[in-house]
Design a protein around this ligand. Sequence first.
Ligand code: SF4
Ligand code: F3S
Ligand code: ZN
Length: 103
Amino acid sequence: AIDPQFTENREQVDTHKGHDVWGPVEEPEKLGIHGTHVAVDFDICLADGACLEDCPVDVFEWVETPGHPESEKKADPANETQCIDCMLCVDVCPVDAIDVDAS
Ligand code: SF4
Ligand code: F3S
Ligand code: ZN
């Protein structure tokens, strides 16, 4: 599962479409965590898609990740500022790849 303490245990190494990327990143096999308020561990996500289907405000968009061992696309929290903290995505992800900091 995604580490809920990732902002303390990882370093922000990049940005992507306006959100933070938390390393380590070694493309294409290791992609890190995308987002901060809505965070997706790209190394755990296996492209189930439930988060995209269920998010009421369309926070997530697919990004292509060819060569990643788990899946060749990931749910990117492209619109994390729109999040309304409903926690649906956290509940539906079968591999616990998502953390939402609703505090
Ligand atoms: Fe979307 Fe709710 Fe997840 Fe926020 S907590 S990203 S609003 S499903
Ligand atoms: Fe990935 Fe979980 Fe969404 S596996 S596509 S973050 S439901
Ligand atoms: Zn991203």
